[in-house]
Design a protein around this ligand. Structure first.
Ligand SMILES: [Zn+2]
Length: 124
């Protein structure tokens, strides 16, 4: 049973959306961290897959479905916990879930941001 769904996003490509209401502090998604890469392997990943890489406690984790579709926002509604995403405010069913990639993304990764938040930093 999942409490999130993946569908087209206004931010970019596909995104992850709440399929129920979450309260601040709820775990919205648990990560499947079964795919851990070495730094050498991580650097060889084709550019289009790099956005699925999460840098967590010195490990490169290849995000799996549905986590890999979690978009970045400069004004996110979730944060990364211990191999999970946690709501940082109440989230209504139907809202797109977002996180701040700059916290746990691999150091060499830079991306343009299209989150449309007033606080957008444009480059993350
Ligand atoms: Zn932004």
């Amino acid at each position: 049973m999942s409490s999130v769904i993946v569908k087209d996003s206004k931010i970019q490509g596909r995104g992850v959306f709440a399929d129920k209401d979450f309260k601040k502090g709820d775990i919205v998604m648990k990560w499947d961290a079964s795919m851990i890469l070495t730094e050498k392997e991580a650097k060889k990943i084709p550019a289009r897959y790099k956005k699925y890489l999460v840098f967590f406690k010195g490990k490169y984790i290849m995000a799996q479905y549905p986590e890999k579709y979690l978009n970045h926002s400069c004004e996110p509604n979730t944060k990364e916990g211990n191999l999970c995403d946690i709501a940082i405010r109440d989230i209504k069913k139907g809202e797109e879930l977002t996180t701040d990639y700059s916290i746990n993304s691999p150091p060499q990764l830079k991306m343009k941001c299209n989150c449309k938040s007033k606080k957008c930093r444009k480059i993350i």
